[in-house]
Structure formats: C-alpha cells, structure tokens
Design a protein around this ligand. Structure first.
Ligand code: ATP
Ligand code: MN
Length: 478
C-alpha cells in the first residue's frame, strides 16, 4: 500500500504528537551518518529523518546516497534543530531505489541553468525547478478557475490545421509523404493530394480563427493548448513549441478586451501569491542572488514578490501606439543613438523599444493600442482614421510582449477588402467568413503566451527554464 504515505507538505503542517507515519521520497543529503534530508516534491522543504546511531546496519546507511528513493516509517517528534518544527524518528527505513553517487550527474552543488538544461530529465530534482513547475501548475489551474468563474467555455481547437492564413509565424509541416521521394505534380511541385489529409497541413500557430467560430455561438470561450512556430529566432523569449491561452468574446470591444486581460493577469498572479508563497520566496531569493552578479544599473529595483505585488495592486498604463512612438522619440536613448533599430511611426517596435517603455519610462505593465494596420494581421478591426487597427499588446517588465490581442473586424466588406490587400485567400477561409455572413457581432480576444507568464512570475530570465522540455532551434532532446 503506497497510498498510506503522508506527503511531506502535509506532514510539515501537522503538530508533532508522536504519531506514526510513513513518508517516501528522495535523499537530498545525509549528514553525520544520522540525519537524512528527504524530499518528495510536494513542497520545497525537506523532512529531517533521524536514523539514530547504532539502530541501523552500516550496510544500509551506505545506501542513503543522494537521490536514492526511501520509504521511512517512524514517529513524528518535535525537532531540536533550528528552522524546523518537527522531525521523523525512523523505526524502519527501506531503500526503494538506489542511486550511485559516482554516476549521478546532479551533484549537490551550484549548477548553472545552462548545465541543468542539458540534464533536463533530472532538473526537476532541484529546488529551483521543482518550485518553477509547481508554480506553472498553479498558474494553469488559476487560468481555468478564472474563466470557469466567468462562464467561459474551454474549447479545444485543432493542433493540425490546413489554414496558413493567420500569418503569426513560420509553420511546421505535418505530412506522411516520404520526404526523400514525395509524389509530384507535372510542374515538379509536391502533390499534397496524395498526403494523409489530401492537402498540405501544418501544426497550428494559434487557435484564434477556430476560437472565433465558437465564440460567435457560445458567447465566450478560451483555448489553452500547445502552439508551434518554426521561427528561427534564438531568443530568451521564443520557443518553437509553447502553450497559449486565447480567450475570444462575442459582444466585446477593445476596451472590454483590455479590461479582461488586465483582470485575468492580476487574478492568476494573485492566485500564485496566495497559494505558492513558499516557492515564490525561494525563487525571489534565487533571483536576488543572481542579480548580485550584475552591475548596479542592471539590477531590478524591486524584488520578485514586490514586483508581483506592484503589478497586482496598480492599474496598467494604457497608451496608443502613436503616443508610444512619441515617447520613444523624446527618450534619452533615442537622442543618444543608443537604440539599435530605427524609431518612426510605422515601425514594428523592437524588444529594446518595448523594454524602454515598460522598464524605464512607465515602470509598470503597459497596454499599447491602435497599431498601424500594416504591421498587424488581417482580422484586426480597422479604425476610423484609415491607418490603424484596434489592436492591443500588453508589455511586461523583463519580458516585453506577453499578450497580443485585438477587436476583430466584424464588417464583411472591410474584412474582405483587407484580406485582398494582404493576399489572404477568401476562398480558403470561407468558413471563417461565414461568421460575418450570418449574425456577425462585435467581438474581441487575445493570446497570452503561457511560458512568458511563467517566466514573469518565477523571475526566470530564459523561457527555456519555464517549460519542462524546451523545443528550440537545433534542440529537441528528451
Ligand atoms: P513576438 O513579437 O514576441 O514574437 P508575436 O507578436 O509573434 O510575439 P502573437 O502572435 O501575438 O505574438 O502571440 C501571442 C502571444 O504568444 C505573445 O504575446 C507571446 O506571449 C506568445 N508568443 C508568441 N510567440 C512565442 C514564442 N515563439 N514562444 C513563446 N511565446 C510566444
Ligand atoms: Mn513572433
């Protein structure tokens, strides 16, 4: 019976009253031939197991090596050691799985995050990554809770799609054709009629278009699933496989959309602050230590928890794209020619520009609205000025873009005209256009990159440390 064990998290919350319990976990350390620090992943803290001197065989003690799996039954007693309320006086200790310390790659010392990525199968066993993945879970749970409380329907949009119209990013092809010798048309091009689906298909870059179909019947939906972008950009903010949350709301304009996105972000952060304080404190300390290595001007002004509290307690700044460009043109780095990329109305703002706005100018999350139509997707609602669309991006300190969204173009004539201008096939998207033909309504939505959110909350500077098994150019190990 394995499920008679008590999780260490629950045990540490209880009072020591000489009760008998069984715990199971992995050895973090073994000191003085007597004290075992045991961790079972239920929380950051270890339980101290006391193996009284003389009580256990020397041959057994030798097997209490780092990462060995143990089953311990004993009595819960008050601890004399400091920093812990209780400890477990062992009656029996069983080694469930040995671990050869000579071979074990995760030695008990400081490792770089880069090295830990190379042993991603073991990094769950570090305090840092256990905390990150517990928080990742809590965020996912809070996301479902938030939308469920508001009556949104969780919609599963397809992972394999035939539409390449969204233009959000480069796509991964899905095919069963032999790559070395595919069937060809007379002109030499690959004949996808012979392919599994009878047409060319790809992994989805976004569930939005399908989300709109459901939102214009169910009212309010959200997706939460994997998306794939074959973007060859090796940045600390891009993955080839990432998870996205995409709510889509009928009867909703740009302002409603911003209000929802802001409430949503605050809600899920608050949830983690309330439920994962131990892990957050651990990561805050990790970050503070990491930042000690940086020059003074590169360090954050706020610690991790203060930063999160600040985001939750203060309204996000809301500015138009045009205002954002004006601020950049007035900025010191612009005047001193410190920006690498040019600044003028019409540019797609680069990360350096977004970070200036968020980190230097406003020092809080910023929602930028009404971008030039030219740099945004075909489905965004055209504004009266004939130049901009009702788009909104949310920019976060240290991350840059965390949310991208818009009010959608619900007017058939305007949408079709825009699709023609941008070379998006109206025939291929006949099903999408049907929503505008039959009972079209103002509607809006956004996409939040889940790993960027995890990065923001955990303070990790590289997105590869916010997902269990990162997929990036030239890397698909594990
Ligand atoms: P960026 O300019 O940072 O590449 P984007 O404009 O391509 O972002 P959208 O297409 O609006 O992003 O996607 C919605 C959200 O998905 C973004 O705000 C971001 O949080 C997240 N996102 C986009 N691309 C990636 C990626 N390659 N890896 C992880 N998250 C991503
Ligand atoms: Mn992109």
């Amino acid at each position: 019976m394995f499920n008679q064990r008590i999780k260490i998290r629950d045990l540490l919350k209880s009072e020591p009253e000489n009760q008998q319990v069984t715990v199971m976990g992995w050895v973090r350390s073994f000191r003085n031939n007597q004290f075992i620090a045991l961790n079972d992943g239920s929380c950051n803290a270890n339980i101290q197991v006391v193996a009284e001197l003389g009580k256990f065989d020397e041959s057994l003690l030798k097997r209490f090596t780092i990462s060995a799996a143990l089953k311990v039954t004993g009595t819960v007693i008050p601890s004399l050691g400091k920093g812990q309320k209780l400890e477990l006086k062992a009656e029996t200790i069983e080694v469930l799985g040995d671990s050869d310390p000579e071979e074990y790659k995760l030695q008990p010392k400081k490792h770089s995050l880069e090295f830990l990525r190379e042993i991603a199968h073991l990094r769950f066993r570090t305090n840092t990554f256990a905390a990150i993945f517990r928080i990742r879970h809590a965020l996912a749970f809070a996301i479902h809770k938030f939308f469920n409380e508001r009556g949104f329907v969780y919609l599963h949009t397809p992972i394999i799609t035939a539409s390449d119209a969204e233009g959000a990013g480069e796509m991964f092809r899905v095919t069963t054709l032999p790559i070395d010798n595919p069937p060809r048309n007379e002109d030499g091009s690959v004949n996808f009629k012979e392919d599994f689906f009878g047409r060319a298909t790809n992994l989805t870059v976004s569930g939005q278009l399908e989300g709109e179909l459901a939102a214009t019947a169910l009212g309010e939906i959200y997706t939460f699933g994997p998306t794939f972008r074959a973007e060859n950009s090796n940045t600390p903010r891009h993955l080839a496989e990432f998870w996205m949350i995409e709510p889509e709301m009928a009867f909703c304009d740009l302002e409603d959309n911003m209000d929802l996105a802001e409430a949503f972000i605050k809600y899920i952060i608050r949830y983690v602050m309330e439920h994962n304080s131990e892990d957050l404190e651990f990561l805050a300390q990790r970050l503070a230590e990491e930042e000690k290595q940086l020059p003074q001007d590169k360090r954050s002004e706020l610690g991790l928890i203060e930063k999160l509290k600040f985001v939750v307690d203060n309204p996000f700044e809301r500015i138009t794209y045009t205002e954002a460009i004006d601020i950049l043109l007035q900025s010191t780095p612009y005047k001193k020619k410190k920006f690498l990329y040019p600044v003028e109305w019409g540019i797609d703002m680069q990360s350096e520009h977004e970070r200036y706005l968020v980190e230097k100018h406003f020092k809080k999350p910023v929602i930028v609205t009404n971008y030039p139509a030219k740099i945004k997707a075909f489905y965004m609602r055209q504004n009266e000025d004939g130049k901009t669309v009702a788009a909104m991006d949310i920019l976060a300190p240290g991350i840059g873009e965390i949310v991208g969204g818009s009010q959608r173009e619900e007017r058939m004539d305007k949408l079709e005209q825009r699709m023609k201008e941008m070379n998006v096939s109206t025939e291929e998207l006949w099903w999408y256009l049907d929503t505008r033909r039959f009972g079209t309504v103002p509607h809006a939505g956004f996409g939040l990159g889940f790993e960027r959110m995890v990065q923001f909350v955990t303070g990790m500077s590289n997105i590869r440390d916010a997902i269990p098994f990162p997929r990036t150019p030239k890397n698909a190990e594990f």
